[in-house]
Write a protein that binds this ligand. Sequence first.
Ligand code: SAM
Ligand code: SF4
Ligand code: SF4
Length: 386
Amino acid sequence: MTEHATPRVLPLLQQRPGGLPAPKAAFLDGSRMTACGLLSDGRGRSLRDLRISVTDRCNFRCSYCMPKEIFDHTHPYLAHADLLSFEEITRIAGVFVSHGVQKIRLTGGEPLLRKDIERLIEQLSTLRTTEDRPLDLTLTTNGSLLARKARALKAAGLQRVTVSLDGLDDAVFRSMNDVNFPVRDVLGGIDAAHAAGLGPIKINMVVKRGVNDQQILPMVRRFKGSPMVLRFIEYMDVGVTNGWRMDEVVPSQQVLETIQSQFALVKLAPRTPGETAQRWGFANTQGEHDAQAGEIGLISSVTQAFCGTCNRARLSTEGRLFLCLFAEQGWDLRSLVRAGASDADLASVIGHIWSGRTDRYSELRGTTSAHGAPGVRRVEMSYIGG
Ligand code: SAM
Ligand code: SF4
Ligand code: SF4
């Protein structure tokens, strides 16, 4: 079979592999761990960022994430009783915060589809970091319901949003979301989020060669000089169903060259340690950053791995802790919570799990050590969240 005859969509082998049980050492008197706000993994990486998936459902069918041939009406989505409740999420999040987490991002699936999501935001917004500061509380959305919900989200305590938008051309956008959703409604959602004060807003564009690479420059023109930061994401081999191929990835370097063919850019320093995006600012005629014109970001998850500073943990919709976007299995925290574990027990379990973490999939991609061979059981992006 030639490469181009490879099926475009692969079957879902195992959407939700069984959860890993908590490490036994976490409960043994001599080896219990307590939260001290500074937890380091096997490669010296701190735990700072928690991404929480609140639903495995979505109203879009982006082919790189939930191809509609697989995620159709026969797909076994999680039952309501399997989801973590808002109280369970907040409790687990509180334990993560006691270990040093400073930022929480809600994701999915489409997080705004989770009923009463504002109630969860209200609860999470009461958490304080170990330095007694409010958390950086944010959410990634496809923007389809933002116009309706932006004000309520802000009132509940959400600080900002990231909106995914893969192009401005209506036909391209409709075909990428594969449910014929019009681009003007997402743009309306972005405006509503801005008006509600949910900024600074980030706009994420996944670039797929031959699909939306023609949209790079129109997107730059649209958001240059606006308060929004446009970020280009390399199409990743997350999950197994999207039939990912390297030749469909547009390397960030190429995106950069495309933009530089029309706009002068200067490299900017990272704002925070572990920042995933390389920042480039629009330059003025003296070659300095023109802050009014703003900046763009490049997220090179495939071509320039940033595992060395990866400080993110992911909590799935049903309460499994994943230490890497490309992990095959997650640790079952929900069973612990439902079996009556105390906060101290949870802190010890999370401490042991993070301390033992060695994940660096993107650094190993393409080598025999990466678990990226055909037939792998990596979880889907829509289950674990982006
Ligand atoms: N539904 C929401 C959205 O689209 O913003 C939140 C969940 S979505 C899984 C989170 C982010 O992951 C989105 O920005 C999406 O574009 C990105 N994403 C999904 N599949 C991807 C892939 N294969 N490669 C790169 N990014 C991907
Ligand atoms: Fe839905 Fe977001 Fe995945 Fe698109 S990327 S299918 S909007 S979860
Ligand atoms: Fe982090 Fe895994 Fe991505 Fe590396 S591949 S940056 S360890 S999530």
